[in-house]
Structure formats: structure tokens, C-alpha cells
Write a protein that binds this ligand. Sequence first.
Ligand SMILES: [Zn+2]
Length: 303
Amino acid sequence: MRHLNSLTVYKPIGRNQDYCAEFVMNQFPLAALRVYVRNHYDKENLELASEMVEEIRENLIETFMQSTWLHENTRMRAIRKAELMKKVIGYPPEFEVPGALDSFFESVTFSETDSYFTTFKKADKLYKEQYFDYHSGFLSIEPDIVFVKSGAHYRPWENRLTLQIPFIDDPYFDSTYPKYAKIAGIGEVIGHEMGHGFDTEGRKLDENGGKNDWWTLEDSAEYDRKTQCLIDQYNNYDDPDFGKNLNGSKTVAEMAADLIGISVSWKTYNKVDFSKEPSIFGFEDEKPDKLFFHITALVILNV
Ligand SMILES: [Zn+2]
């Protein structure tokens, strides 16, 4: 792969190693995921992150139940979609079976005598085979470099939430952190990604990710009226770097997801019994609400 990389990839001075690693990660994302998890990841975080997704889900469902404007039919469909939302914490459980990922690569053998063309064709063939396996249902996640990068994502057509491994790790999340710091660290992002199932585009898909309008006409009109408020609010923000006002209609799906994310994360945070949690060194005097917005803002800046 290093040889292939030297022939094909433009490498800025001083970044050769990064580029080589990124090239291999792009070509073999699932193998990269395996190496990363095996050598650099504390698996205790997987279970805790999974529990946190369930807590955020419960609070999202509670938000729907407490809604003052959703009618019963729309409310039940929204709850159903949240309940049936699939979750992948790092990678699917079947990847945990010893040798599971290794078996994906059994058919590939590189040789020192392979030409550049042969090496490239072999690598590309494997990548495409894995994509076809994913689309055929034999592989539950796609071979995509996103799984090795920090963050989380939501696939609307599968109604699937994924927390990527580097995101459920230090500094955003760790088993040793107090519970409130864990929620403030990744709660908004989990809520935001779940929120994409109910943003201006996601709400047009059902619990299986199929195109299906499950909103009553009245609730749909009310949703549009509420999102128009968000658009108007954003249109009035003046961005001095950009030199003009922002355009809320371009970003309304992200704004809707953000609003859902921060609301459900805040709801979850407020249920923590602070008397049972240790304080964070240097933050002993900080009020809990300030700490939440402080940590949440820091994480959003970095993800
Ligand atoms: Zn988003």
C-alpha cells in the first residue's frame, strides 16, 4: 500500500505519514477500524455509550409525549420511529466475534511481484465487493472511512444512528467521567443525530426509512410554521466574517436537529443525581447548568 500511495497520492511536505495512513484507511476502512479498536480502544466505553443512547432515546420519546401540539396519530408515529431507530455503537456486534473482520480479507493476497496495476485492482476489487455486500445485506455497515473518524451520523434511509469509535473515547467520553460530564460530552450530538430523523427532510421518511408521509395535514402545517421561526431567527444573524446575513433556509435541517439535540440532552442532564457524582477538578465552583453548556459548546466546536 505504501508503494501504491507513493505513486498516486499528492503529499504535502511534512505530512507524508498522515497521508499514507489516510490512504490505507480510505482503501481498507473496516481493517483500519479493527486495528484501531484492537490496539487503541477501551471497550468498556461501548456499553456505557449504548446505555446513553437509550437514555437520550427515552427523553426524545418523552418530549414527543409531552408535546402540546402534536395530534395523537402523528405523536404515535414519531414515538414508533424513535423506538425502532437502529443503533450502531462503534461497529455491529458481529464484528466482535474473533476473526470476524479478518475473514473479510482472506480472499486478498498481495505479492511483492504484483505490478502497480494489479495491486490497485486487487485493493479496489475488495473495496467494491464490501460495498456490494453491504447493499445486498451481507454486511451491516458500509466500508466507509467515516467509521474511523470522530463523530456520529444518522442514515435516514435506514433509520440508523451510529456513534463512531473515536467519538466515544477520551476526550469526549470515558467510563471514568462523572455521568453529567458524559451527557454534556456526547448527549447533544446523539440527540442531534437522532433529530435528523425528524428534521425537515427526515420527517418525510418512516420508521423503516421509506418515503412515507405519516404527518396529519394540520401537524405538518404547524411543523412548517415552527421551522419558519428558526429560519427567520437565523436570517437575522449577522456574520461579520461572511460579510452578510446567514441564509436560514439553507441550513434549516441542521438547525432543527440542533434544537432537538440540545433539548433532549438538557432534559437527560437534568435527571442526574448530582449528589452522587464527583466534581471535576478545576470546575468545583461551576454551576451544573453552566458546566453543561460549557462542555457541550466545546464538543460541538470540535466534532
Ligand atoms: Zn447534522
